[in-house]
Ligand binder design. Sequence first.
Ligand code: ATP
Length: 331
Amino acid sequence: MYKATLILGDGIGPEVIKAATSVIEAAGVDIGWDEKMVGQAALTKYNNSLPDDAINSIEINRIALKGPTTTEIGKGFRSANISLRQRLNLYANVRPIKSIEGTKGKYDNIDMVIFRENTEDLYMGIEHMVGKDAAESIKIITREASERIASMAFSYAVKEKRKKVTCAHKANIMKLTDGLFLSSVRSVASKFPDIEYEEVIADSLFMKMVMKPENYDVLVLPNLYGDLLSEMSAGLVGGLGIVPGVNIGVEAAVFEPTHGTALDIAGQGIANPTAAILCGVMLLRHIGEKDAADRIYNSVRNVIRNGKYVTRDLGGCSNTLEMTKAIIDSL
Ligand code: ATP
């Protein structure tokens, strides 16, 4: 039996994460889930949105399946997500973006993987007021963090027989910070002569991505642009409800959907469980359960293609449980 930490999260988190664990169980993989609280649930219970208990559990198990957690915009305390990534040194956010027939995505030929640096850039949260009417945020980029995200992207490209890595930056404007990111990625690229390497200015990438997303394969970006691109790319393949992701470092991997807590639909049982279930698929691949992962992926694809048992965001009228059951039946 495998052991993994389970964080149900806030909003629609518990609904979609429970769907994912039930599909994994139905696929015959035995995982002992160590359930912990993070986010609003933990704040309410322990007055701490990121209890040590949860961190310790992930450190021991080295893998976690996590639902979205609430981030209070503009309030004094830091996001539990960002703190979690920094404390576990989950330095990469990896998002596979793949077209699935039957979604509302406008493209049927996208198959790319985004590697977003996850620990620095403007997301370090080093900001302060300068007097009453100005605010300042400090952007940190280091060679070490830039090289390790680039190494992960290139190593992945080799392992998965991908052809090209694209690095996005704005070194034309931020010559020192983005300049350092770019030169770091370049030096890693030089060690992988068999992988095609290209560089693109971030704003131009967004335009090109919307016009010809099939041109992209593996992408590597600093934190902020990576965040924006991941979200936009989810839209290209049919929305937040279907895109999985993982925050990963040397010691641990936390699999969590791209979408947030979706408080507008929370508690109604109508959330699309696909993103969470595909996080389960990524988790299974990570632990070597490739066969179960492939079977679940194919079932999800069949159910969405068939269109009979899909949630509202995919144009259907099934609820979370009905869609999950259809996926399990298709296994
Ligand atoms: P947060 O503040 O936690 O990021 P949010 O509501 O601002 O949450 P999302 O949760 O990502 O952002 O939701 C954006 C929109 O997408 C919402 O209208 C939500 O209902 C919809 N949405 C997100 N996830 C799903 C899902 N799994 N199924 C159906 N709709 C979803």
